[in-house]
Ligand binder design. Structure first.
Ligand code: GTP
Ligand code: MG
Length: 685
């Protein structure tokens, strides 16, 4: 879940990141990987190849003995294990010359089944629709040496009204009696909600669209689904939300907080998440025993808590998270949706797809000697890349959990070193000091998670526990009074009942059971048969909520992850030619006209080509400094045009931040962050 603008990858319009930005930071000092020890738990992932080399347990690459971290994937070598002739690796290897494993697993999130999921489709009858492999339809640039660090800012114009509709003005523009398509009914007078009049309508009759909105209802497919062609759509200014769409004071429900857990591979994100869930009663003692027993049998006893989130056999065998795991718990203030991201660099696209929904984030770092340093390494560390990406998702509040403090004897000195070094990066990415909470913790030894630390060695820490820190986070503004937009993160279909369910976060508007929705890009209309929030059935979901919507009246092949469900009168745009304002990250190969990239936008990714480099921008003022430059190099801000292989659902950033925020990647590295400034062609059917 996303938002903001002003400049740089700080998209906030209310915060001038340049004041804090350190343009001259010397990174060289920070990249040395110390080899004094590491957490014993990480040994599970370490096996040795042959003498003179050590084999990475994650990617099986044979590294020279002098390497302290894997040359391919950056996983830290256990310095205590030196030479061993056992070439067996417990982890199932994958080949880097094959398509990325990222392309082989289903797109988007997967949900934990910690609680009874009410009407959720049973696992057996549920298929995840896998996006067609991008790898087969693109020929990306092959440079592997591109880096990520961002040390300059992207000049982006201040946003319009996008998320201005916070809770403060949440009752503005509410059509309390009329339909969602804006019948001109007087606003704000009556408290009576006329459910029949809403745009939803649960009847079986095909919806008739108001001709004044210039939307044409064309035909029905298979006698079931309604298809709407693209035409002139209703102007957003005509939209008046119904009363039920806006939360009222009487709704004493806790709000949902979407919390992404990010950080370098092996830092303990899943263990921390599993531990937290167990402490909060979301994992039964029986299940926990089962995880412990099974993990032990597989020789991975230290991963027992992580198994609550790492559900697939491959994740468990390899001891790494491969897709974003979703779980729920309740704090004093929030229904927290936990998004446990993979830390391995090969799964950054998964991390982007899942964590892009975050309202706030927990960055987990491994305090162990050498491990923290590997995480902030300029080329192989994911701590910095994740922090930077999270910031570009619009997240401005983070909690940094300095985990595995048990491995460093709960040393205050070590905590201070981590805080000082990582703090410098976070500031340079636009995080304000006042929006960052630092917590020393041990997920393994349950220190500082839901209560103050019990270990006397941590008595020097006077701050909040992790749970209290979560409760201190603030909810971002929500776009309740705009038409429904929900990017589809994942799709599930039931073969037996021909039901289709979609998961995602509502970026704007609201939905309730019986509501008619337009599924894009297929342009088919379906009815929201039922809704689930926090793994419980619910009747209404509003902007900011992560939900599963069970759809009726649509075929599974008309719904795909990366698509969007929206209000039938206000379809999201679908296009493949876009103008972007981008910040180029720390690349070593220039971006040229014709350069091919991987283009990520909400839950969609597409092969893309740069077709025009329009201008270079001054990072501070945003003004054009050069027209039509021949190429782009690191740290430059520019306006470019891209053409995508397939059209995506997209909005200008000024209309909807979540649908106008893009990430450009090449050969497994993020090379640019940007926003959509213009949409050239709306695709015709
Ligand atoms: P990816 O999802 O693959 O990026 O890894 P992760 O960050 O989720 O790490 P995970 O939870 O899988 O834990 C990795 C290893 O670190 C496991 O062996 C854990 O037992 C160990 N670990 C996690 N937390 C702690 C801790 O607080 N102290 C110690 N000593 N080890 C820990
Ligand atoms: Mg994990």
């Amino acid at each position: 879940m996303p938002r903001k603008v002003d400049s740089g990858f700080d998209y906030d319009d209310d915060y001038d990141v340049y004041e804090d930005y350190d343009y001259d930071y010397d990174y060289a000092d920070d990249y040395e990987v110390e080899e004094k020890g590491t957490a014993p738990e990480t040994k599970d992932k370490q096996k040795i190849g042959s003498i003179g080399v050590w084999r990475c347990p994650i990617c099986t690459f044979d590294n020279e003995d002098s390497m302290s971290a894997c040359d391919i994937c950056g996983v830290l070598r256990d310095p205590l294990v030196k030479v061993n002739t056992d070439s067996h690796t417990a982890a199932a290897p994958f080949k880097f010359n094959a398509p990325s494993p990222d392309d082989l697993v289903s797109n988007g999130l997967r949900s934990m089944k910690l609680k009874s999921r009410g009407n959720v489709l049973s696992e057996k009858e549920t298929n995840i629709l896998v996006e067609p492999e991008l790898a087969t339809k693109r020929s990306l640039l092959s440079e592997r040496e591109t880096n990520i660090p961002v040390e300059s800012e992207l000049a982006i114009e201040g946003p319009e009204s996008s998320s201005a509709s916070g809770t403060g003005d949440k009752h503005n523009g509410v059509n309390e009696e009329g339909s969602a398509s804006g019948s001109g009914t007087e606003r704000g007078k009556s408290n009576v909600v006329n459910e029949e009049d809403s745009a939803s309508g649960s009847g079986n009759e095909p919806e008739l669209f108001d001709s004044s909105m210039s939307v044409q209802t064309l035909s029905f497919k298979s006698g079931k689904a309604e298809i709407i062609s693209e035409g002139k759509t209703a102007s957003i200014s005509q939209y008046n939300p119904d009363t039920w769409m806006i939360p009222s004071k009487e709704d004493d429900e806790l709000s949902q907080l979407n919390l992404a857990i990010v950080g370098h591979v092996d830092s303990g994100k899943s263990t921390l998440s599993g531990r937290l869930l167990h402490l909060l009663g979301q994992i039964s003692q029986k299940d926990m025993h089962k995880y412990q027993k099974e993990a032990k049998q597989l020789g991975k006893g230290s991963f027992a808590y992580a198994w609550a989130l790492d559900e697939s056999a491959e994740e468990r065998e390899r001891g790494i998270t491969m897709t974003v795991g979703v779980a729920f718990f309740t704090s004093k203030k929030y229904h927290v949706v936990l998004l446990d991201s993979p830390g391995h660099r090969d799964f950054v696209p998964k991390m982007i797809s899942g964590a892009t929904q975050a309202d706030a984030a927990i960055i987990v770092v491994d305090a162990s000697m050498g491990s923290f340093e590997a995480g902030i390494d300029a080329t192989r560390g994911q701590t910095r890349e994740h922090a930077q990406l999270v910031r570009s998702f619009g997240v401005d509040q983070i909690i940094v959990v300095v985990n595995k403090m048990d491995a460093v004897g709960y040393s205050k000195e070590r905590f201070d070193v981590v805080k000082q070094k990582l703090g410098t990066f976070l500031r340079s990415y636009g995080f304000k000091d006042s929006s960052v909470v630092w917590i020393p913790a041990s997920a393994m030894e349950n220190q500082n998670l839901i209560a103050s630390p019990s270990d006397a060695r941590l008595s020097w820490f006077k701050g909040p526990s992790l749970l209290d820190a979560i409760d201190s986070l603030k909810l971002p503004a929500r776009d309740y009074s705009k038409p429904l937009l929900m990017p589809i993160c994942d799709v599930m279909k039931s073969n037996s009942q021909s039901q289709v369910s979609v998961c995602g976060k509502l970026e704007s508007g609201a939905i309730r059971t019986g509501f008619k929705v337009l599924v894009m890009p297929s342009r088919e209309v379906a009815v929201a048969r039922s809704l689930e929030k926090d793994a419980q059935q619910c009747k209404i979901a509003r902007a900011g909520d992560s939900v599963t919507v069970h759809l009726q009246g649509i075929e599974g092949n008309s719904v795909r992850a990366g698509g969007v469900i929206c209000h039938p009168d206000y379809p999201v745009k679908v296009a493949n030619h876009l103008e972007l304002k981008i910040l180029v990250l720390d690349i070593s190969t220039p971006i040229l006209i014709g350069s091919q990239l991987e283009f990520h936008i909400h839950h969609a990714k597409e092969a893309a080509r740069i077709v025009k480099i329009s201008s270079l921008l001054d990072p501070k003022t945003g003004k054009t400094t050069k027209k039509s430059p021949r190429c782009l190099v690191a740290k430059q801000n520019a306006i470019v045009e891209v053409v995508l292989q397939e059209a995506v659902c997209v909005e200008e950033y000024s209309n909807c931040r979540a649908l106008g925020r893009v990430f450009l990647r090449v050969s497994g590295r993020t090379v640019g962050l940007g926003v959509v400034t213009q949409i050239f062609n709306k695709m015709e059917d």
